[in-house]
Design a protein around this ligand. Structure first.
Ligand SMILES: [Zn+2]
Length: 360
């Protein structure tokens, strides 16, 4: 029942100003009201033509056709490519440098998002476009969705808004975008705070994220190598974190805390707890009556710093029954520029200042 991509829904709301959109050669219904200027888009527009490269819009099919001949983004998306693997790439663009593009993208996205406020303050946001390029047709590219992120987030939010366009949903692409958002979070890049998506999450967003977090943790727990028996025999939590980066080395035990898992996966404690509840593979290692309860995770009976017993066989069961691929859909080797894995840049290190310059 739960869709795997963010913001899937079935019943369009009735008060939409635009009923359908034509995006490239795709025609599909909209879900919500957007705030296109009324002088350009009538209150009751059946078809809005939207450029699939730059998201400019028109009610007039001829104007639209003319534009697509001349669109400046016909051959390449705006911004800087930060990820590229298996035909899928992610392009980062600054709302301040690409204001019109970001506004048009936001207007289009609003047709499928039930948020009250539309992110018109595009200059404070970065946008990450998910792009597909068919290897047999490299001149042609498709924008499949995007996420936005506040440039300066006091809560270390790694994502503000996410959308996979309706024709491309149910292909696990939301997970790809979420994975990228964690990878390029401040925690990963400069040992900043661990964050997560901006709250509150919609019901659908919560469902999508819960599944994403479960898979993220399941992969981490299954793929770590180690000597679980030693840890079990010691009966205590073997690792105490000194710095947030330390736990990125593979753990070697099956006894760990919510905090351990959070630090290792770059996830907030509360999100780890949400995920663990559904995995059914962990239980407190200390008898219930001896446990201290504190912080928000106590609700779940899981204290952030209490040892948990992790049962890998149960996780494997969960992974199988949920058809989870063991390999993360986001590949480290796909990241480019300052996000590239350290060992793949070798001597020819890319200077991050050179990467995000002047793309027109
Ligand atoms: Zn265009």
């Amino acid at each position: 029942m739960a869709p795997s991509d963010p913001v899937s829904r079935t019943e369009p709301s009735t008060d939409r100003n635009v009923k359908h959109v034509v995006l490239g050669d795709l025609l599909f219904p909209t879900w919500y009201q957007s705030i296109y200027p009324e002088d350009l888009v009538n209150k009751d527009t059946d078809r809005l033509y939207v450029c699939r490269w730059c998201f400019r819009y028109s009610c007039d099919v001829h104007a639209y056709a003319q534009h697509t001949q001349l669109c400046q983004h016909r051959t390449t998306p705006p911004g800087t490519k930060v990820y590229d693997h298996g035909g899928y790439s992610v392009w980062e663009l600054d709302g301040e440098c690409h204001k019109l593009y970001a506004q048009n993208l936001s207007l289009f996205a609003k047709l499928f998002l039930d948020h009250k406020s539309v992110f018109f303050d595009v200059v404070s946001f970065l946008y990450y476009l998910l792009v597909f390029t068919d290897p047999n047709d490299p001149e042609n590219y498709y924008v499949l969705g995007f996420f936005s992120k506040e440039k300066l987030s006091w809560d270390a939010n790694n994502l503000a808004c996410i959308l996979v366009f309706p024709p491309y949903q149910h292909k696990q692409l939301g997970k790809l975008l979420m994975g990228v958002s964690y990878k390029i979070s401040s925690w990963e890049s400069d040992s900043g705070l661990i964050g997560g998506p901006e709250r509150p999450l919609s019901e659908m967003g919560h469902r999508s994220y819960t599944r994403f977090w479960q898979e993220r943790i399941a992969r981490y727990l299954l793929l770590q190598t180690g000597k679980p028996k030693e840890a079990e025999a010691s009966g205590s939590v073997p690792l105490k974190q000194k710095s947030p980066k330390a736990p990125k080395r593979k753990h070697t035990h099956e006894l760990m805390t919510v905090q351990d898992i959070g630090l290792a996966t770059g996830m907030l404690t509360e999100d780890v707890v949400t995920a663990l509840q559904g995995l059914g593979a962990v239980e407190p290692a200390t008898p219930a009556k001896k446990r201290r309860t504190k912080d928000s995770s106590a609700e779940a009976g899981l204290g952030a710093d209490e040892p948990l017993l992790v049962r890998k066989s149960k996780i494997l069961e969960w992974a199988k029954s949920h058809h989870m691929a063991l390999q993360d859909p986001v590949r480290d080797e796909g990241f480019l520029g300052k996000w590239a894995p350290v060992d793949s840049t070798e001597e020819s290190e890319v200077d991050s200042d050179d990467v995000d310059e002047d793309d027109g």
